[in-house]
Unconditional design. Sequence first.
Length: 330
Amino acid sequence: MLDDVIEKLRKEFIEKLKGIKDEPSLLNLKGEFVGRKRGKIKSLFKELGKVSSEERGKLGQAINSFKSFVEKSLSEKEREIKQKTGKKKGEDYTYPGYRIEIGKKHLLKQVLDEVIDIFLKMGYHIETGPEVETDYFNFTALNIPEEHPARDEHDTFYLDFEKGKDKFLLRTHTSPVQIRTMLKKRPPLKIIVPGKVFRKDEPDDTHSPVFHQLEGLVVGKSISFADLKGTLITFLKALFGDEIKVRFRPSFFPFTEPSAEVDVLLDGDWLEILGCGMVDPAVFSEVGVDPEEFTGFAFGLGIDRIAMVKYGVKSLRYFYDNDLRFLRQF
Ligand code: PHE
């Protein structure tokens, strides 16, 4: 009788084992048959107590051999499953190694670092400011009047919340950090401000809604336009080489007076790369610096523009497309 039971269980086990494909169901099956408390084999042994002593030895053997059959089959199945699903690259020492790709800096970051480095060597230190600004810091404090075209909805990303009299926007230039710094630190000052700026421009070869600037501000006693020129020419020679031809063109910015734009001559073309000027006394008065005692100059470089000019990149869009075929060249 017990013989038949063992035979039935053996068939049941073989049938169930066939359907096993993963470790959790294998563990279940293991529990069902060789579980220490309620396993089916355990109950077979319990039945042994009820049979006659003549039969007991033979049946005991039969159960034991069934038990080892089950255990052997289970561990074979386990090995099989592990080979199929559990094979991890790191555990298999015969698996060929894989190359770890080491990234590199984006061209814009490389150029920014190079520019920063030149100014650090000239004794500047770095300040930063928020990319979300108030219209006070971005415009008003910089002597940019209410009706100035730069404030236009079409040019500026305004955010749709206000706090008191403040409107919030994505900064359109790094110049607000001039104000923030002068409110916080007394002159003499010699700072640069690298960062992202935003304008509502349709992207094309020379426009992008986000680009990068590096602002400079020097404030002290008897700082002159000659200092401005000397500084920028020294910078441009360090960046483009001693032979570079530089041109200062009169221009206008509400926060500098006089103002200029600077071009460099490359391959027969004059290319504009920065705006600059002497800090307007109205700006000093706004931040509580006495314009009788202090003078200063400021400049703003377009980093993307410099990268295009220096590396012969024809469109701004390449910087933001993230196409590795472009980026890997630098
Ligand atoms: N903020 C100006 C711009 O974005 C550049 C500038 C900076 C001009 C500092 C003069 C002085 O166009």
